[in-house]
Design a protein around this ligand. Structure first.
Ligand code: SF4
Length: 237
């Protein structure tokens, strides 16, 4: 098991920004575009585009800025983001990498991601597209990215924990959306899913993570990423 540091012991209230995504608009509200990433955001060399807004309220949120109502994100049109990331096209194509949308919850802006993929492919981009998502979004948002002509190459799903009570306590939300979307995705393309199952101090246990892993494998998901949250000392639970 690897260890990954978390950044926050508290975070602002869950953002309502952007309000909805399934129906437009065609801009993406981002708090960062990070180039030349390896290992954690999908195969090959990737550029990670992190979006504002998240429906969950994780106790140890990795990116609390995504829900900060005072933060002024950059808004990209599809063309602007394409021009920004294509500088690394050769790296993407040489390593089997591409663009990963994270956050926050990028599937809140699913319509933009769909438009961006179509736009890039129309211009000949042979890039891999991935999303890092909690899947705690309306079914129709996920549906925009699972149509045959769009289907995302890799869904990196931040499951948290499959136990309803643990999930509820840690995220302050009900697990039904995540579970329903995950079941749907696993039925469609289990080979495209990597499920992240963290050991969360004060919330779950190794044995609980084992249970989550068993359930995920039972759904046909073979790629499971187990790791441990490391809390900064002064922020321990
Ligand atoms: S899903 Fe990610 S961005 Fe959203 S609250 Fe949890 S850790 Fe933060």
């Amino acid at each position: 098991m690897t260890e990954r540091e978390t950044t926050a012991a508290s975070r602002p209230a869950a953002g309502t920004f952007p309000a909805d995504a399934a129906s437009g608009p065609t801009t993406f509200a981002a708090f960062a575009v990070s180039r030349h990433r390896l290992q954690f955001d999908g195969a090959g060399i990737t550029t990670l585009v992190t979006g504002m807004g998240c429906p969950l309220k994780c106790r140890y949120c990795l990116n609390p800025i995504c829900a900060d109502p005072d933060y002024k994100p950059r808004r990209f049109t599809v063309g602007e983001l394409y021009e920004t990331v294509k500088i690394d096209s050769l790296y993407f194509e040489a390593t089997g990498g591409g663009v990963t949308f994270g956050g926050g919850e990028p599937l809140l802006q699913a319509a933009f991601i769909r438009d961006f993929i179509l736009y890039a492919r129309e211009r000949g981009a042979r890039w891999r597209f991935a999303v890092e998502t909690s899947l705690a979004v309306p079914e129709e948002n996920l549906g925009l990215l699972t149509e045959p002509e769009i289907l995302i190459d890799e869904f990196i799903v931040d499951v948290k924990d499959m136990d309803a009570e643990v999930y509820r306590r840690y995220t302050e939300r009900e697990p039904e959306r995540m579970r329903k979307n995950l079941a749907r995705l696993a039925a469609l393309c289990p080979e495209r899913i990597t499920a992240r199952v963290p050991l969360i101090p004060g919330y779950n246990t190794e044995a609980g993570c084992d249970c989550s892993e068993r359930e995920l494998r039972g759904m046909g998901i073979a790629s499971i990423d187990r790791f441990r949250y490391i809390l900064p000392k002064k922020k321990k639970a």
